[in-house]
Design a binder for this molecule. Structure first.
Ligand SMILES: [Zn+2]
Length: 305
């Protein structure tokens, strides 16, 4: 169990609800044909889940409730997966709130985090279903999680099921928020597919940022506490994160689906690359070590050499 039991969960940190039929729609009109970027953890072979065409010109308000009521402390985060998402988000806020200004001179403003079931109306990326997997919408600066994905990660993608596997997923999506704050979110749009595409580089960078978070999460004291959010990470914890990163590699997903790999259609990078960039962030802890856009060989990150 990764969290220090006494950590306090912020009752206002996340929104929850947003399931099918929840929330009122506010029609704005006139925004037809707008292409918006959704940054997901995993890409299940549906290009529409990466670049969604918002044709309706509507935006919606679907967040209704706050942090689930049973989430109070680190002990709850160790026990319940939804509480784990919330406290992981708080740990990410704490780490990036300290490290981003130090390393980049850019201020950190926390992303919104929304838990949902089934489907959700976003505030800038249209309507998304759980089939997309966890995702970040740059337009509304919100990371979206249907916690049923974490079981899918094990059952469907073959990841190990430890807590850091799940926390890696949250940290990856917040990694996309860091990219948004640094003005890098659009760098995938120029080349959306292929083994060395902008999309793959953006995704591997989010994995690297997830590793950077992990390098501080068990050391940096939580706000108002002398304890960090996480207990010291063990080798098994890191193996769980690597297992999750590996399980959502393009080559592994393609092989499972079709028996072959097709690097020309990659959007997230191979299992090997995803693990190596997570480790790069973990060993280095620096934003600048995560410069996947300058890397000549994505399977051989400079900082790991
Ligand atoms: Zn992603």
């Amino acid at each position: 169990m990764t969290f220090n039991e006494g950590m306090q969960i912020d009752p206002d940190r996340v929104s929850s609800g947003g399931g099918p039929g929840m929330g009122g729609k506010i029609a704005l009109g006139g925004a037809g044909g707008l292409v918006v970027l959704v940054l997901a953890l995993v890409f299940g072979g549906d290009p529409g889940s990466l670049l969604r065409e918002v044709t309706g010109g509507t935006t919606t308000q679907s967040a209704v409730a706050k942090t689930p009521a049973h989430c109070k402390t680190g002990a709850d985060a160790n026990k319940y997966v939804d509480c784990r998402v919330v406290l992981t988000a708080q740990s990410l806020d704490s780490v990036w709130g300290a490290k981003l200004p130090q390393q980049t001179r850019k201020a950190y403003t926390p992303p919104k985090v929304q838990l949902f079931t089934g489907a959700v109306n976003t505030g800038g990326c249209g309507r998304a279903t759980s089939a997309v997997g966890p995702f970040y919408c740059p337009a509304d600066r919100t990371a979206y999680f249907d916690t049923s994905f974490f079981q899918e990660l094990v059952d469907k993608f073959g990841s190990s099921g430890g807590p850091l596997a799940q926390e890696y997923v949250v940290a990856h999506e917040v990694g996309h928020h860091i990219q948004n704050l640094l003005g890098d979110s659009g760098r995938a749009a120029k080349s959306a597919q292929g083994a060395s595409s902008g999309s793959v580089r953006l995704e591997l960078q989010a994995d690297c940022y997830a590793g950077a978070w992990a390098s501080y999460a068990d050391k940096l004291p939580a706000p108002g506490s002398n304890q960090p959010f996480l207990k010291p990470l063990s080798d098994k914890d890191i193996q769980d994160a690597l297992s999750a990163a590996s399980s959502v590699g393009d080559d592994r997903i393609q092989k499972a689906a079709t028996g072959r790999t097709n690097p020309e259609s990659w959007t997230h990078g191979s299992s090997s690359e995803r693990q190596k960039w997570f480790l790069t962030g973990y060993h280095n802890g620096q934003v600048k070590a995560c410069d996947t856009f300058s890397a000549t060989d994505l399977n051989n990150p400079p900082a790991l050499r």
